[in-house]
Design a protein around this ligand. Structure first.
Ligand code: SMO
Length: 720
């Protein structure tokens, strides 16, 4: 991956090792699947082959009789287990209150219907193949069905579980300056480590090792599921190999395993296969976005109307409402728009649950707004960069409170646009584009300006100064590879005036760490890091005032306001006229992550997020057929980006403005790559095809076939 980032991005990455790295790089990491407990048995789930069916009978005796099999548990064995709770993020939520393993029906391909427990994984798998289920197939409710779909749950006749509505002012009667529609397919979070759980019951309580982003939340969910007191449940997230939002909730499998572990009094290990994750972990995106934008006579944005529809799948994860809520509250993003009407809806369907996925609604908001800005510019004969400069918030206007209750953080949006334009050589590139277009080339320039709100609520820290001069820091924040131990040690060391190596950071264990929220929403530095800073400052002051060691500070830091990161992406996209093959010729990205704690960690987040954002834009798509069967059940069918799919020319730059929302001045960066890059890419593709006329409907992923059809004005549906 040849890049120029080292020259421009102000980081000293070369040779930088995180505290976490020596163990991880030498095979001494400890993931859930590495843990061995005495008497540990293995779990394999039997899953529904139907998207929607009546379950008429289940024959488990033959499986039960196989060598090594400890138990085969069906729906009758899980009576009393309910679906896990859902965070009530929206006022208008209509939640299915249902049993976790329905006795008489299945609601999605891949939904667990039975659990086989055996001495070895191979024995469990062999027995699982001998569980016979009798189904009567029913019509499924598909993601794209808006009406007339069969209801999944009583009380939800139209399958609408979530609604959001906000408006300010009155939309104009005049025709809009621009309209946009975007269909975003389901994509797979696809962390390197699929889901994994090890559950152990000792007669008194439950001990769970989970590959999770949210140990404290999982502890509550497990306690609720089993009717236990919180003190009876310990959750440990050991090393976790990525999550991206896909491990922020407990899964039905986790609860079934906990239930079974208590019943069998044997530790039970489950490690999902890649196929099981594609089929039955959460999916991301799955939205249909529609919007209209009005300009006034001076080229100011006058009004925005947006209608956002999200697919939710057959059960609701804890954060099921987050993408819809985020997309609705972030609009109109970096721009001043006095009149707004934004509504959203989330609908259940007979497919895998859709959860949060890196960005969680932020990418959707950016995609719709940036498409509208580009279309409005094209329609009015304005330069899209100039239109953005004219309409984005000025730094002296920020922070500002929006009528929808959001407070946009301090940032310098015009500077981000100008710096990106300078690095990209925007003016010269427009001239070059005109020359190459005249020679018959299809070349598009795409811009996206975005904002990234970085989480609300609290995070916790317990910091102890020991007599030997060393410190122990434990936190409710956690990590799945972000390098939290490194960054928290840096923050604490600076505030305490010691070396980072003098600070030991513990996280991910509810027995040794205070209650926290976890690692998600780009929140861990802005909120968790602020908690660390506050605890370290307080500890230092108390030690200076004569406190004897060991001395502990315990605090919960609750934020009053959210930190918002921002950034600008510009890219040049060439499309081959013969084949439709897209190629990113150059990508420039200027990011404002606020005060940076560890440049190398930020750099890693930017590059990784960019790969995922471009993966969504160019390659990734989960496909269900009309019967609700998943056609992309392996990485042979589902295209994840590889290193050589990254742009050949890639330049990152930082232009930080301190956050006004916390003392650290930090914003988030974890999701940025999935927010700006896809929007810039989609704009570039439209710009490339603009000379051909017409109004092509371009949706992700922008494969060669899709682009070829668009440039041949062939709007027939491409095959799934
Ligand atoms: S999608 Mo993130 O882990 O909040």
């Amino acid at each position: 991956m040849p890049t120029e980032q080292a020259a421009i991005h102000d980081v000293a990455c070369a040779g930088f090792l995180r505290v976490e790295d020596p163990a991880l790089l030498s095979g001494r990491g400890r993931f859930v699947g590495d843990i061995r407990l005495a008497g540990q048995a293995h779990a394999v789930f039997v899953r529904s082959p139907h998207a929607h069916a009546r379950l008429l009978g289940l024959e488990m005796a033959q499986a039960q009789a196989q060598p090594g099999v400890l138990a085969v548990l069906g729906p009758a064995d899980f009576v009393g287990l309910r679906q896990p709770r859902v965070n009530r993020l929206l006022a208008d939520m209509n939640l299915p209150e249902a049993e976790l393993v329905p006795p008489d029906r299945v609601l999605a391909v891949g939904a667990p219907v039975a659990l086989v427990l055996a001495e070895s994984r191979a024995q469990a798998q062999a027995a699982a193949d001998l569980v016979w289920a009798d189904y009567q197939d029913l019509a499924p409710a598909l993601d794209h069905q808006q009406y007339d779909a069969p209801a999944l749950y009583p009380g939800l006749p139209d399958n609408v579980a979530l609604r959001s509505e906000f408006s300010v002012g009155r939309l104009p009667e005049s025709p809009p300056a621009a309209e946009a529609q975007i269909a975003l397919p389901r994509v797979a979070p696809a962390p390197m480590e699929p889901r994994a759980a090890l559950l152990s019951w000792d007669g008194q309580g439950l001990h769970a090792w989970l590959s999770t982003q949210t140990p404290s939340r999982a502890r509550e969910d497990l306690a609720l599921a089993l009717g236990l007191a919180l003190e009876q449940v310990r959750v440990v997230a050991p090393d976790v190999g990525g999550a991206f939002g896909g491990k922020a909730s407990v899964f039905p499998e986790d609860l079934m395993l906990a239930w079974a572990a208590r019943r069998l009094c044997r530790p039970l290990l489950w490690q999902a296969t890649r196929g099981e994750d594609l089929l039955s972990a959460t999916h991301g995106r799955a939205a249909r976005l529609q919007g209209r934008l009005w300009l006034d006579a001076d080229g100011h944005l006058a009004a925005l109307q947006a209608d956002l529809r999200f697919a939710l799948g057959h059960w609701l994860t804890y954060s099921a409402a987050a993408p819809l809520r985020n997309a609705c509250r972030i609009l109109p993003g970096p721009y001043r728009v006095p009149v707004q009407a934004v509504c959203g809806e989330g609908r259940l369907s007979n497919a895998a649950a859709v959860g949060i996925y890196r960005g969680a609604g932020r990418p959707e908001a950016a995609l719709l707004m940036e498409r509208l800005i580009d279309e409005a510019a094209a329609g009015a004969g304005l330069d899209p960069l100039a239109l953005r400069l004219r309409n984005c918030w000025a730094p002296q206007q920020l922070p500002t409170d929006w009528p929808n209750g959001q407070r946009l953080d301090a940032c310098d949006l015009p500077a981000l646009l100008r710096r990106a334009a300078e690095l990209f050589g925007y003016e010269e590139r427009r001239a070059d584009q005109a020359r190459r277009r005249a020679a018959g080339e299809l070349l598009g320039l795409g811009i996206a300006l975005y904002v990234e709100p970085c989480g609300q609520g609290f995070e916790s820290v317990r910091l102890t100064a020991h007599a030997d001069g060393r410190y122990l820091l434990s936190t409710g924040a956690t990590a799945q590879g972000q390098g939290r131990e490194t960054s928290y040690a840096l923050i604490a060391a600076q505030a305490l005036g010691c070396a980072p190596a003098d600070i030991r950071v513990l996280h991910g264990d509810t027995a040794t760490c205070p209650v926290g929220i976890g690692a998600l929403a780009s929140r861990s530095t802005a909120i968790g890091g602020s908690a660390v800073l506050k605890a370290a400052q307080q500890l230092r002051a108390e030690l200076a005032a004569g406190a004897a060691r060991p001395h502990t500070v315990d605090l919960v830091h609750e934020v009053a306001h959210e930190a918002w990161a921002a950034g600008c992406v510009m890219l040049a996209l060439a499309i081959d006229r013969e084949t439709g093959q897209p190629r990113i010729e150059d990508l420039v990205w200027v990011d404002d992550a606020g005060q940076v704690v560890a440049p190398a960690l930020v750099h890693g987040q930017l590059i990784g997020g960019l790969a995922q954002g471009l993966g969504q834009g160019l390659m990734e798509r989960l496909v269900y057929d009309e019967q609700g069967q998943l056609l992309t059940g392996s990485l042979m069918d589902y295209a994840l980006p590889r290193a050589d799919d990254m742009p050949a020319r890639l330049r990152l730059a930082s232009l930080p403005t301190r956050s006004a929302a916390n003392a650290l001045g930090a914003k988030g960066v974890g999701e940025a790559g999935c927010i700006g890059a896809p929007a810039a890419l989609l704009n570039a593709a439209h710009d490339a095809l603009r000379p051909l006329g017409g109004r092509p409907q371009l949706d992700f992923p922008l494969t060669a076939e899709r682009l070829w059809r668009a440039l041949h004005q062939d709007n027939t549906q491409s095959k799934p």
